[in-house]
Design a protein around this ligand. Structure first.
Ligand SMILES: [Zn+2]
Length: 405
């Protein structure tokens, strides 16, 4: 079954402990935890040692994302990220990077935090010809060597982090994704994460999604598991298309925007850092929406039955979805992956996601009318849902054609 990787925020540690806790009665056969792997940003792992304990007690991998893309930007020197041993408050150019020194610090740091897999340091590349891309491959290779030479008994994970538009163009596939997965295979990397950016906004176009799924398909020609990184919006669709799993935040961090992530850490932009807490995850839309909007929609008879959580064990009442939105978000996503896993063929999985996206677009239009009449300034985007439905349908048709050919 495809894996759900969850990246908690700083204040999610208790939610994670509860989600991963064993059942209260030891006689009950333990079901699989809803989280397959726990991923903590480096600065959060450093502040929340209980995350490693929770993962360890549940017997699931614990990963510490070094978030080294922040080495490429100005960082507020007072921020918790800037205090990490391998951090730099000033942006580094590729030539400034001491490959072996960085790898040693990053690997040691992850081990000190209790990581059970090692994520190679990685940079954000604007295109396959960007020196930052070649550097990410050097860092991957050097991490694999370090782990082997020092008998670190942990699998290595490599993240391909790049601008979607450039990496997804048909001409760039072999130079970008192909080159990366080849290097990963050559160095015995256990899992590759695909972090294409920016991806996941409601305005994403059809051609953008075609590119995303084309790049993902190129990656899955490699033998190791490929997971979508920072991709809560299209994660289930990418799994339907053949990825081994996806990683997302809880009610937040569902889409990828590396440039914004870099900008958010700048001192001068401190005041602009994202407002508001996590949203409420609504399964039917495949994304979280601001809590006031969710409250309104779940509060009226016209919308409630269409949007409420249909698992009584997860949310006995609508209030549970609103008040315990974070556990609900994780459990909903885990249920979705379980449902996809039940389908016997990729074609069925693609079909399921396509129908789901179509229904979501229709429902979002209804919801938007309700939100508008209540003067709530949130609009659920439908462009990307319609585009997703189309792309999934076409991928399914292509499967059918190739089967009958
Ligand atoms: Zn629920």
């Amino acid at each position: 079954m495809a894996q759900l990787l969850i990246r908690p925020s700083l204040n999610d540690h208790q939610v994670i402990a509860d989600l991963l806790a064993p059942p209260p009665m030891p006689t009950i056969r333990r079901s699989r935890p809803p989280i397959a792997q726990l991923v903590a940003d480096a600065h959060i792992a450093a502040q929340r040692p209980t995350l490693a304990e929770s993962a360890n007690d549940a017997g699931i991998p614990f990963l510490v994302d070094p978030t080294t893309v922040l080495l490429q930007s100005d960082v507020d020197p007072t921020s918790s990220w800037a205090k990490l041993p391998f951090a730099s408050a000033r942006p580094l150019s590729v030539d400034d990077i001491d490959v072996e020194g960085l790898v040693e610090q990053v690997v040691q740091f992850q081990m000190e935090q209790g990581a059970t897999r090692i994520i190679a340091p990685y940079l954000y590349a604007s295109e396959p010809g960007d020196p930052a891309f070649a550097m990410s491959i050097r860092l991957l290779a050097s991490t694999a060597h370090y782990v082997r030479d020092n008998d670190v008994p942990l699998p290595v994970v490599a993240i391909l982090c790049g601008q979607l538009r450039q990496f997804a163009s048909a001409q760039a596939l072999d130079l970008g994704v192909g080159r990366f997965v080849d290097a990963a295979e050559a160095h015995g990397v256990h899992t590759v994460g695909l972090c294409f950016s920016p991806v996941g906004t409601p305005g994403d176009s059809y051609s953008k999604l075609v590119g995303l799924f084309r790049a993902a398909a190129r990656a899955t020609r490699a033998p190791m598991p490929i997971v979508a990184w920072r991709q809560g919006i299209y994660g289930p669709a990418l799994v339907a298309a053949g990825l081994a799993g996806y990683e997302t935040g809880i009610g937040t961090g569902e889409q990828t925007n590396i440039a914004r992530q870099q900008a958010n850490r700048r001192a001068k932009d401190k005041a602009r850092r994202t407002g508001g807490g996590p949203g409420t995850y609504l399964d039917q839309f495949g994304r979280s929406i601001p809590k006031p909007a969710a409250e309104l929609l779940l509060g009226i008879n016209e919308m409630r039955p269409k949007l409420m959580c249909d698992d009584e064990g997860c949310c006995p009442t609508v209030a549970d979805t609103l008040d315990n939105g974070r556990p609900h978000a994780v459990r909903s996503r885990a249920r979705q992956l379980a449902e996809l896993a039940e389908q016997p063929h990729r074609r069925w999985r693609l079909h399921t996601v396509a129908r789901h996206a179509e229904a979501a677009a229709t429902l979002a239009k209804q919801a938007n009318r309700v939100l508008e009449s209540a003067a709530i300034k949130h609009k659920i985007g439908t462009k990307n849902l319609e585009a997703l439905a189309q792309v999934m349908t076409e991928l399914g048709q292509a499967d059918q054609t190739s089967r009958s050919a």
